[in-house]
Write a protein that binds this ligand. Structure first.
Ligand code: 26W
Length: 816
């Protein structure tokens, strides 16, 4: 039998301290006499890492031996946040460590907060991938994540004079969680040409040659599961110049500078995460990143498969590859290329393997987010892949032609190649054609993709190829770590922490909804979490907010479709109403703090304008003596995972107010409700399923429905379009210059007044304001409010990412 921990074991606080001291003095080569919090973090992280590594090695060895079907999750983004708290949770021994650190003179929270976020993602898609890794390990699935090791993650946001400024995020200074594997490398080719010839048997062979080679080096990070010894692997590829002959000739011939330049050019590939989260810009470097990562990952996956010496037809029984959006779609032609050009399989046999191997998850229906690459760029960078894509397309179009002989338009509509100038490769179509299952991320979204962007493909393949897997979140991070007191309260009633592994057990706390003690404690926890956020706000923004106010929070990427502008216009409206009231009437008003947070893509001017407006409104409202605590407006700088862990547990209300039909799912909506906050939201994404679970009485829905959006947009142009009068009041106040120079906000106002209000801000404004008033009234009745929040928490079991991963495993991956 395995001894659970064979090396560097600690069971007591003294042993733990010994480990920490050893690491500080030897691994970090620091003196104990000037040990600061950062060194304490380093020592603690390394002590826990030692224990993680043992389990990690064991898991990998056992998987190599048993050789089960593995899941590979290809995602350009993994928004992991901090690792130490999670490692402590999964290893256990956090209490021991807390005591030990105390003796060394440190507080656990301070030590944990020394760690920099691993911010290798933009938003929802990247954080979902991180939750999935947690669930895959917890559920004991043999699974690997594959991504790029960006030197710079998502930029750090600073607010200067109310404007967003981007600062580079160099996060790798000290990262104890990654292990460079200098022996695990893959050479990846770009550019070059394709030579075709007949071999002796008369078969045509293609050789892609004379390209530029860049080397991928693997960096691995352990992914521990909760309540299990399984520790999976996240493999990140870093690019460097290859040390092929080419380099050496240059070097030896004295072209030192040129060879250094080559080096830097190669390293550029994995240098920086693209900060756009829904605008495709068609940059060559981005396509290079995608191919570099797909080629390295597939080489690695195929290499592992070949060790088992199984027949190629077994490949899909050993390997499931999930494509997180279209970013890894090149993996499809790459696998086809490996199988036909390198392994000598026939086209049809290879293609059947490819289709059985891949599954594709779509995360957005926004047309501007759908990836397309120009054919000339493709031809230049990946000439062989372009040929393969043309062949895939040809076969597919023949099939369509045979089956839909009467619909001549169909061929042009479903072709992978868009006949524009220049021609474009539609990556989403390639992903659909190359996969055996396509899924959306919430019910409404999965229905929408079938009736809009993939409508014709439903005709071609039938509806069964398309399915839904509603998103989920890991309760380990988003309940237990972010809100330890709530987790403890729940555990005290359920007789332990089993609910962290089976979140449906939460339904049992509904029995305590009338229990006085429980209610009191639940309410105290919410208050304490609000105090914590108030304290943070004071430190970060220098503004005091009253924790007894209603905390209204909208934190997510800044985007017009998410409608932070609707929220801030609503705040302005509230302010104008407050200004009009008599001091007597003001006394009856429910005090509120409106928190905002989120990054705008650096080139997205409209989103940046909204940030500026929020800050300008804050500057006016927060300093208005008439208003005092009745209304505060806070923009929380640099929203990220670790800040979310403070922000999410502190909401009374959170806002998920996208134009109906535009937000694929949303996942923070789930996090807020799980932590005892209610939602104001549109009938969009997972809000709809949250409503189904918690009940209509426990959520504040408003606004137009997705089926009406098209007609409303049409009406803005072809009927008389009247701006909602309440919204007009807001615009008048902006135009009067009450929030600074009106000219700065004219494009924002005009997008609604002049340019058709694409996101239906005016159409939904009244309904939004009315619903906010309902919320003010409801909040005054604290007892009923509390009942709503407790009931909601108890009904959130469905939204665990564990449920979600089980669905993928069963419906898409066929793994146990
Ligand atoms: C090519 C530029 C680009 C980059 C990222 C386009 C699109 C993306 C992502 C698909 C954007 C994204 O994060 N989508 C979000 O995915 C979440 C997880 O499924 C959903 O909860 C969000 O609703 C969706 O916006």
């Amino acid at each position: 039998a395995w001894k659970k921990f064979s090396a560097t074991e600690f069971k007591t606080k003294d042993e733990f301290e010994g480990e920490v001291v050893k690491h500080i003095e030897t691994t970090l080569a620091r003196s104990l006499f000037n040990c600061d919090e950062l060194a304490a973090y380093g020592g603690t992280a390394l002590a826990f890492r030692d224990r993680l590594v043992i389990e990690w090695n064991r898991t990998q060895q056992q998987q190599s031996f048993a050789d089960p079907k593995r899941v590979y999750y290809l995602s350009l983004e993994f928004l992991m946040g901090r690792a130490l708290d999670n490692a402590m949770l999964n290893v256990g021994m956090k209490d021991v460590a807390k005591e030990g650190l105390g003796e060394l003179g440190f507080r656990m929270e301070d030590v944990i907060s020394q760690e920099r976020d691993a911010a290798l993602g933009n938003g929802g898609l990247g954080r979902l991938a991180a939750c999935f890794l947690d669930s895959l390990a917890t559920l004991n699935f043999p699974a690997w994540g594959y991504a790029l090791r960006y030197k710079y993650g998502i930029f750090k946001q600073e607010i200067v004079d109310g404007y967003q400024v981007e600062v580079p995020d160099y996060w790798l200074d000290f990262n104890p969680w990654e292990f460079p594997r200098h022996d695990v490398t893959v050479d990846v080719q770009f550019y070059g040409n394709v030579r075709k010839y007949m071999d002796e048997s008369g078969k045509q062979v293609s050789v892609w040659e004379n390209g530029e080679i860049v080397t991928a080096v693997a960096y691995d990070a352990p992914i521990p599961g909760y309540g299990t010894r399984t520790t999976n692997n996240l493999r990140l590829w870093s690019s460097k110049a290859s040390h092929g002959e080419f380099d050496f000739t240059k070097f030896n011939s004295g072209e030192y500078e040129a060879s250094v330049a080559d080096q830097q050019r190669a390293e550029t590939i994995s240098a920086v995460l693209y900060p756009n989260d829904s605008l495709e810009r068609g940059k060559e470097l981005r396509l290079k990143q995608q191919y570099f990562w797909c080629a390295a990952s597939l080489f690695d996956i195929v290499r592992r498969f070949k060790k088992s010496r199984k027949a190629w037809k077994e490949f899909p029984n050993q390997v499931a590859i999930q494509l997180n959006d279209t970013h890894p779609t090149l993996a499809i032609p790459e696998l086809q290329r490996i199988l036909i050009d390198q392994e000598g399989l026939e086209w049809d046999e290879a293609w059947s393997i490819v289709q059985k191997t891949f599954g594709y998850t779509n995360h957005t229906v926004l047309p501007e987010a759908l990836e397309k690459w120009s054919v000339p760029l493709f031809q230049h960078l990946l000439p062989r892949h372009l040929q393969i894509i043309y062949d895939i397309n040809l076969n597919f179009l023949h099939y369509v032609e045979r089956n839909f002989p009467k619909d001549r338009e169909m061929l042009g509509r479903v072709s992978i190649i868009e006949e524009s100038n220049p021609k474009m490769v539609r990556m989403a179509y390639l992903a659909v054609i190359g996969s055996h299952k396509v899924n959306g991320v919430a019910e409404l979204h999965s229905d929408l993709i079938k009736t809009t962007i993939f409508k014709d493909f439903v005709k071609v393949y039938g509806p069964d190829k398309f399915t839904n897997v509603t998103n989920g979140i890991t309760p380990r991070r988003w309940l237990h770590q972010a809100n330890p007191r709530l987790s403890e309260l729940i555990a005290s009633k359920l007789g332990g922490y089993d609910f962290l592994r089976d979140l449906t057990l939460l339904h049992k706390i509904e029995a305590y909804v009338d229990d006085k003690e429980f209610r009191k404690e639940f309410q105290e926890i919410k208050y304490a979490n609000k105090v914590r956020l108030a304290k943070y706000t004071k430190e970060a923004n220098g503004i005091s907010v009253n924790p007894s106010s209603l905390f209204d929070i909208q934190v997510k990427r800044m985007h017009e479709y998410k409608r932070q502008q609707l929220n801030i216009f609503g705040v302005i409206y509230r302010y104008l109403e407050l200004k009009d009231m008599s001091p007597e009437d003001r006394k009856k008003v429910q005090p509120r703090v409106s928190f905002f947070g989120g990054k705008a893509a650096p080139g997205y001017w409209m989103a940046k304008t909204v940030i500026h407006l929020i800050n300008q409104v804050g500057a006016v409202v927060n300093n208005d003596k008439d208003i005092g605590d009745l209304l505060k407006v806070i923009f929380l700088e640099d929203y990220n995972v670790s800040k979310a862990e403070i922000i999410v547990p502190a909401s009374d209300i959170s806002e998920h107010i996208s134009t109906a039909g535009t937000e694929a799912s949303g996942t923070s909506n789930m996090k807020f409700v799980l932590n005892g906050g209610l939602v104001i939201g549109t009938c969009d994404g997972a809000n709809i399923e949250i409503t189904r679970e918690v009940g209509e009485d426990n959520i504040f829905l408003f606004g137009n429905l997705s089926e009406d959006v098209e007609d409303l947009r049409h009406a803005h142009f072809y009927s008389e379009f009247h701006i909602d009068p309440m919204l007009q009041r807001v615009f008048d106040a902006i135009k009067e210059g009450r929030f600074g120079d009106a000219g700065q906000f004219s494009a924002l106002v005009n997008s609604i007044v002049e340019h058709g209000d694409y996101y239906l801000v005016s159409d939904d404004f009244k309904s939004y304001i009315d619903t906010q008033k309902l919320i003010d009234e409801a909040y005054k009745d604290q007892e009923t409010w509390l009942t709503k929040t407790i009931t909601s928490v108890s009904r959130m079991g469905f939204f665990s990412s564990d449920r979600c991963i089980d669905e993928y495993a069963e419906m898409i991956w066929n793994v146990e």
